[in-house]
Write a protein that binds this ligand. Structure first.
Ligand code: SF4
Ligand code: FES
Length: 248
């Protein structure tokens, strides 16, 4: 395959940045999208040019670092996969592919396609931890009965990999899907009840302080989420928030 790549290049957070064109020949349809970028980077290094900075770690859809906006969609044209799970067979010979970083005030560009998502870390830290007594006789996990429906929904929420695609695809740059997944994974379980009030209030406060926008129920986040996190979690977080506010 021959491809024209239009890639966002930006030296640092202060640089204005611009799209730069690259031509790539001999791309195998079996290559992953990130392998295609590796080939391009090797070409650039061979020519003495600066390689394109992009985030990646696991390359298996687990870590959530491969934050690429491809042809105007977070993680590219396929649904429920991350950019690292995308293969070049999803494109055609002669295609032009636009590759950009996540765009959101709370995710400033570090370099080229890499953005700083430490705002997500701070939101998670604001949520704290669950109180579990691990000294002495640790309780057997199976001793606490949990309804299957709640266990399944908590597990589904816990599959959020913190990639930020929900923010990048939201016209308001809202982080509600991410935060609601993190709230829900505990709110649905008995172990999460002790700190439930502080958790939701602190996480929402931190989310607002980080500069994420509000949710206007457009649903773009759910469509582009690689893990299929449901909007139902946002409704649950709103209920948890209301409950906690009334208690406070
Ligand atoms: S909710 Fe989905 S899109 Fe948002 S951070 Fe989690 S996995 Fe990524
Ligand atoms: S590199 Fe880990 S999810 Fe893509």
């Amino acid at each position: 395959m021959k491809l024209t790549l239009k890639i966002w290049r930006q030296k640092n957070a202060q640089d204005k940045g611009k799209m730069v064109d690259y031509q790539l020949d001999n791309v195998s349809p079996d290559m992953s999208f990130l392998e295609m970028l590796d080939v391009l980077n090797q070409d650039l290094i061979d020519k003495g040019e600066s390689p394109i900075a992009f985030d990646h770690d696991c390359r298996e859809g687990i870590c959530g670092t491969c934050s690429l906006f491809i042809n105007g969609r977070a993680h590219g044209p396929q649904t429920q996969i991350t950019a690292c799970q995308l293969h070049m067979r999803s494109f055609n010979d002669g295609d032009t592919i636009y590759i950009e970083p996540w765009r959101a005030k709370a995710f400033p560009v570090v370099k080229d396609l890499i953005v700083d998502r430490s705002s997500f870390d701070r939101i998670q830290q604001a949520g704290g931890f669950i109180s579990v007594n691990t000294s002495g006789n640790t309780q057997d996990a199976n001793a606490i009965p949990i309804e299957k429906e709640h266990a399944d929904k908590a597990f589904d929420a816990a599959t959020c990999i913190g990639c930020g695609a929900c923010v990048a695809s939201c016209k308001n740059s809202s982080a509600m899907l991410f935060v609601s997944a993190k709230v829900s994974q505990f709110a649905l379980l008995p172990q999460g009840q002790v700190e439930a009030t502080d958790r939701v209030l602190n996480m929402v406060k931190q989310m607002d302080e980080e500069g994420f926008g509000n949710c206007t129920n457009t649903g773009a986040c759910e469509v582009e989420c690689p893990k299929g996190i449901s909007l139902e979690n946002i409704a649950r977080m709103n209920r948890e928030y209301l409950k906690a506010s009334l208690k406070g």
